[in-house]
Design a protein around this ligand. Sequence first.
Ligand code: DGL
Length: 263
Amino acid sequence: MSNSSPIGFFDSGVGGTSIWKEVIQLLPREHSIYLSDSKNAPYGEKPIEEIIALSKKNTEKLLAMGCKIIVVACNTATTNAIQILRDTYPLPIIGIEPAIKPAALKSQTKSIGILATKGTLSSKLFSKTSELYSENINIIEVVGNGLVSLIEQGRQNSTEIKELLSKLLKPMLDARIDYLVLGCSHYPYLLPVLKEILPADVTIIDSGEAVARQTKKVLLENELMNTSANNSKHILYSNADPDILAKLVAAEENNLEVTYLDF
Ligand code: DGL
């Protein structure tokens, strides 16, 4: 392991590429490996023990591949397993959590919506953060049942997902939210549909940029930035259908390989 080793990413599927894109844009010299555990998606409905076991499996694979740090590009895995991962493995591990804080601080209507998986919303870590703000803010939590499976099938712009989202967002609109927090790394792929459904005065926020900034900070603190001038290389593995993954990252740089791997 050295400064030129890759940054490792994992998610329950293709959604974590929304985070991966932000990180490689901010850190263009870094190499990366991305594991899309689509075979086991969605994580959000699984018992906590299973989420922990899958998170360990992915982390061990990335370690075996020589990664220098790991970005858990999944809110469900972060909120249920990050402490165990940090206690178990000897490398820096960065996680992603729903961005409640900026939404709560900026809200004018004092009403915000959080769309996330059941696993994230029922986690201790999420409850701790949301309690900090729930005194002054009405927080409408909605489980995005069914959304991840449709995105995993490449159907993020379908009529079906639009109908499902309209139903899911209704309680938030009734409560006059002015901020919607996307608490799952798959959901940034719903932005075009969300913008059609939501009134223009609702601001949508996710945690991608914050995770990229945190990744840079941790690399600097640990003197792990890649300083070599070589072109960066990115390998993305899916243990299901790599074509769906490939489509989501097609617009990114060309030193990119998307392939099947059984892990
Ligand atoms: N992308 C994930 C997250 O951020 C997991 C979704 C799922 O597998 O249920 O929560």
